[in-house]
Design a protein around this ligand. Structure first.
Ligand SMILES: [Zn+2]
Length: 380
């Protein structure tokens, strides 16, 4: 079965370094008590490069040819995707407190601007962008500066949007508005390209997002694991929102398996809406292909098998017993396929996975280095 390469619409690649470090916690505790301190201690351009080589390998081997990845120390991330030969839209994060690579938050817009300009036009597969971490960790001034920089530099900007109920309550307490209406009041909704998660949104907010052409990226497995809630994806589609699908980072999922994510999205929507037709197999596959691509500004580049599109292709072994018989390729992919069925992968016409082996990364060496680092991280 030949299909378009899958497009991971929301990811934090280097977080594979913290995979399994802290499970079974709610988002606020997980993020502020474990992840932010671990990142402050361990994340540098060198470690994001290492982590991203592992993340890119995991994704390419699983048929993911393009990713929207947002993190800190993005020069290391961009170099790794370039070396792996994977298509990537890479948002440098901004946040109001000191972060890896940004010890002085007052310099964040300058640092991120330098990153964006350094990577523009360097590699046809790498698109720099900007990621305002969230409405609860970025002040109105930070959000305005981020959107202003995106406009000046001619890049896209993204954010985590209404991921948890606690986030929405916190923003309401501070600004007397929901995150979406707060962005609208600041005049920033029209320039925002992508909101990740979108779990706690009412009908009026969905209509506002559709009107302003803000895409949403669904991360069902991360939402399940952190108990963030169930996004009403059926409502996104009926409101005309561009809907993508993403894994989120490996510390909250804990894998970067888009075939698994398609299956989860298709099944979970039926439960969320109490309707088996809420999200069809074809719709879930579409979200993981051209839906995610459109959300990150690549809707006419990848995510579809059509003349004029880049040759980002995946070939699945169709002869496995669990794929037999196959009446409909979307149903086969959503409900039966496994990432281990992926055999060949091409990005922009270049073969990067051959017979289930990655050609562009020395994977045994990368895994050995990650294991070594994991031992140090575990010791604190
Ligand atoms: Zn995220």
């Amino acid at each position: 079965m030949i299909m378009p390469g899958l497009v991971n619409g929301h990811c934090h690649g280097p977080m594979v370094l913290f995979r399994g470090l802290s499970d079974d916690l709610p988002l606020e505790k997980w993020l502020f008590e474990v992840m932010f301190p671990a990142e402050a201690k361990w994340i540098t351009d060198e470690t994001t490069h290492l982590g991203t080589l592992l993340a890119a390998s995991e994704m390419l081997l699983a048929g993911v040819t393009c990713v929207q990845d947002s993190y800190f120390c993005m020069n290391g991330v961009a170099r790794a995707y370039q070396e792996a030969g994977m298509r990537a839209v890479l948002g440098h994060a901004v946040i109001d407190f000191p972060a890896p690579g940004i010890s002085d938050p007052s310099r964040k817009i300058k640092i991120v601007g330098d990153y964006v300009r350094a990577w523009q036009g360097v590699d046809p597969l790498i698109t720099p962008a900007l990621f305002a971490h969230s409405i609860y960790t970025c002040s109105p001034e930070t959000l305005e500066a981020a959107a202003g920089l995106a406009q000046d530099a001619g890049c896209l900007w993204f954010t985590h949007l209404s991921e948890t109920r606690a986030e929405v309550e916190q923003v309401r307490e501070k600004y007397h508005l929901s995150p979406v209406r707060h962005l609208e009041k600041l005049g920033l909704l029209k320039s925002l390209s992508l909101g990740a998660h979108g779990v706690w949104l009412d009908k009026g907010e969905l209509e506002l997002l559709a009107e302003n052409q803000v895409a949403l990226v669904h991360c069902p497995e991360s939402n399940l694991k952190l108990a963030s809630g169930q996004a009403r994806v059926g409502d996104w589609l009926s409101c005309g929102i561009t809907a993508g699908l993403g894994t989120d980072g490996a510390a909250s999922n804990n894998d970067l398996d888009m075939i698994g994510e398609i299956g989860t999205a298709a099944r979970l929507a039926k439960l969320t809406h109490a309707d088996p037709a809420a999200l069809s197999a074809a719709q879930a596959c579409g979200m993981a292909m051209n839906g995610s691509a459109r959300a990150m500004g690549l809707g006419e580049v990848c995510g579809s098998l059509l003349p004029g599109y880049a040759a980002d292709l995946v070939i699945l072994d169709h002869k496995a017993p669990h794929l037999t018989p196959s009446h409909d390729p979307a149903s086969t992919l959503a409900y039966q396929a496994r990432r281990s069925d992926v055999r060949q992968v091409l990005v922009n016409g270049r073969q990067v996975v051959k017979d289930g082996e990655i050609l562009t990364v020395d994977l045994p060496e990368v895994m050995a280095k990650v294991r070594e680092m994991a031992q140090k991280v575990a010791k604190g």
